[in-house]
Ligand binder design. Sequence first.
Ligand SMILES: [Zn+2]
Length: 410
Amino acid sequence: MTKQTNYAGASQFANALTGLQAWLESGHKNPSLVGMPEALLQHPLMRQVWHGIDATQVWDCHAHIIGSGDSGTSGAWATPKMDSWLHPILKIQKYFHINGAGLDAHNEDTSFVARLAHLSSEMPAGYKTMLFAFEWAHDEAGEQIKEDSIFHIPNDYAAKIVAQHPQHFEWVASIHPYRADAIDALEQAHAQGAVAMKWLASSMGIDPASPKCTKFYQKMQMLDMPIITHVGRESAVPGGDLNFNNPLKTRHMLDAGVRIVMAHCASDGFDEDYDNGNKIVTSFELFARMMDMPEYDKLLFGDISATTLFNHAWVLKHILQRTDWHHRLHNGTDYPLPGVFPLITSGQFYREGMLAAEHLPFLKDVRKYNPIMFDFAMKRLLSFEGKQFPVSVFETRRMFDKNYKMQLKE
Ligand SMILES: [Zn+2]
């Protein structure tokens, strides 16, 4: 492609974004209101969604830290491509992130943390969010490649946010297993209190089936640290080899005894079925096959974050019906996703018969003030053919808290 066509494409996207902005301003944008009114906090539906829940056990197991490094101390980094019309998809994503997380665009690092801490303070005491660090892309030799990375959130920064707000947050480390110092970094993260590991194999350049991961898996198993790994298509962080996200690639990890949470229950995309002549099937079908293998019963889990996206209702219905899986499903928000108004709509679930008409005004009002409360409330209210997510899906702390068993004994 010539530069000229690039620029022509860019200006078309610029026009499209202007239209999108206008549409968002007309009521589809996250207003990020501050201070949920008493009437909402005391609403009968609010009482219903928290009924029978022990908030001290509710850990949102999937949330992203957004930051540009503009505080000068975080070490967070995002590719400058996000600010360029030559990369319109990234540019639009950035707009969604900023609006979804209610950020001050001139003060991204601190406004991100301040907003999420405020939202968390409105949740019942004990509720926590697990915040993800995010590793650089690396090459085969384990060297970091900044040019191929979309963003980077250092482990130390995630740990620091937790140290500032221990009542609201836990943190999840992200370490490339090919790094020469991978095992040391893993031990250090564990010692610093990381409750899990996060990978996005495609964009980080990790082949989970590579023998180069073996030692890392052994150490993870020894530390009893679970991994939350993305499977299936990835839309938010483009690039890399999408085959690395094939659920079947994680078998080595499971066989090493590592507990895996497959993000979003592999609700998006297609993969090659290595067991059946590499024919193309949905990623979800491979997730389901692995969930149904008795040997993985205590090792393989799914998170239900982003299963409420507008195009994922079919997966949501499926997992609501699979009550035999429910004790292995964990709630996550994929924050700031619930704040990105156009991508999740309660109206759709009403039309699908999964929410009642009286739920809608309540959910809409809650969302204007607090997207994480909205996400929790909507998932608690969703039902399909009489099936709902049980309390255990939300009380996820038992999966991640190293001290949980000890605390139970006390
Ligand atoms: Zn995510």
